[in-house]
Design a protein around this ligand. Structure first.
Ligand code: ZN
Length: 155
């Protein structure tokens, strides 16, 4: 139940497993901070998970590089290198945060849909347009009276 595992990083960099796990954990927590819907991993499609994985992997690999490049950066001291150092303090770049939030936009709406599904299941034989289906605590279709199919509103 993780977006990214250490072996996903192996083709790109040789990172100790302990360090890789720590970087992945950090990346995942920051990703959830930026896009809270990521916390509900089960709501994501395979494609969404793959997209999240790609963003996390890029950030983790950059973070890994930054860890070994800090001293060199200070010695060089050029303007561009200074910017790189500042950027590396936050886990994700602005565009990566945009990507994460874009990926879960669909996940958010499917989450709302699954709540509706639960209501429908609870209501059993009720009409599709019964108030229960729309979140009410009463039945407007008559299924509560008949104990079977709806009386007043058919679907
Ligand atoms: Zn009803």
């Amino acid at each position: 139940m993780a977006f990214l595992i250490p072996s996903d990083l192996e083709p790109f960099a040789s990172i100790e497993v302990v360090k890789a796990l720590a970087l992945i954990e950090d990346a995942t927590e920051f990703a959830v901070l930026e896009a809270p819907a990521l916390a509900d991993e089960d709501e994501l499609s395979d494609r969404q998970r793959a997209q999240v994985k790609a963003v996390l992997r890029g950030a983790v690999l950059r973070r890994n590089d930054a860890g070994s490049g800090v001293v060199q950066t200070k010695q060089l001291g050029s303007a561009s290198e200074t910017i790189d150092t500042a950027r590396s303090r936050s886990f994700f770049t602005e565009s990566e945060i945009d990507q994460l939030q874009k990926i879960v936009q669909d996940a958010g709406s499917s989450g709302a849909f699954s709540i509706d599904t639960v209501n429908t299941q609870v209501s059993g034989n009720h009409s599709d347009v019964c108030s229960l289906v729309f979140g009410a605590t009463f039945c407007s279709c008559g299924a509560w009276l008949t104990g079977g199919p709806p009386l007043y509103e058919s679907s």
